[in-house]
Design a protein around this ligand. Sequence first.
Ligand code: SF4
Ligand code: SF4
Length: 335
Amino acid sequence: MAGKKLTVVISQQQGKNPVQRHLEEEIAVQLLGDPDIDVSLVPHLYDLSRDHTGTMFLQSVPGNLLVLSWLFSRAARWILDRNGIKGQEGISLLNPEEEDTDAPPATNGIGSWDVPKRKLYCIDLRDHQQAKTYLEEIRRIARENTVQTFDLMGLIQSSPQRAKLQKYVEPEKLLKAAEAPANPETDEQVKRRWYPVIDYSRCTNCMECIDFCLFGVYGLDGADRILVEQQDNCKKGCPACSRVCPENAIMFPGHKTAAIAGAEGEVAGLKIDLSRLFGAPNALEMAAMERDTELVADGREAVGMSVGIPKRQASKPTQRDNLDDLMDGLDQLDM
Ligand code: SF4
Ligand code: SF4
């Protein structure tokens, strides 16, 4: 057994923004010599496939885990959950919504399952510009971390995993490799992906998404729970089913609208209901149009509102929100 250690994993940006790269590196370098922390870097979480060594590494972390990513923390948490990387939700003081005690409570979603006792913290790297802010919070969390962890290399000692995962335990090498040109023979390729992510704290397993999606993305697990089974069947750029989910449980972390990308406390449907003020389609009509666009692009027949449209949402009252929602609604309409 090793001492009490917090594993910090930095999920890197998708592009080559030098400011973002600098922030990632500064945090990693500052944490390297910290005796209470193991630090590593992986490619962008959303793009990792289940068999990528970055995913395998995350799965192999046995103790408390803190993940920094360029994603809303809610989206990061449920991306990790879908890949079997679970934990009790750790509270970070950097997540503004978690300081807000007036925030609406979680709904009666089915929740995650087989969640271990360790803590899982997800922090959005877009919230602050200074590495110092993140470092202070990471060290605060590391100090309150009381879980006895196993030595990581000891745990993954057995080959062939050890050789594959070694690089994540030596982040100095990763940092150097990031500066060098890509080597297609040795570097694991990560391509940009687009697929829905389910927030099971909200999902009630109503199955409306599986009825709506005509592209075979959704499926059921052994306990008849909804899951995103064929992620890469989803149509790039289309967020149609997020508008159909009555619990606003479906996120598309790469979408430009914060509510759809996983912003905490916002409701995707509100933006679209606002669009009604301008005579534009409501959420369900828009979802059907987006789905038709993809069906036609695939050489199939458009089905409009005739298939998989949840009836019970049609009578949902239109809600109004604050100026931010109005601006997002306008943004949605490209006005
Ligand atoms: S529509 Fe939403 S609440 Fe219903 S099963 Fe799908 S994700 Fe869950
Ligand atoms: S966005 Fe479209 S293709 Fe992708 S899961 Fe939703 S309904 Fe299916």
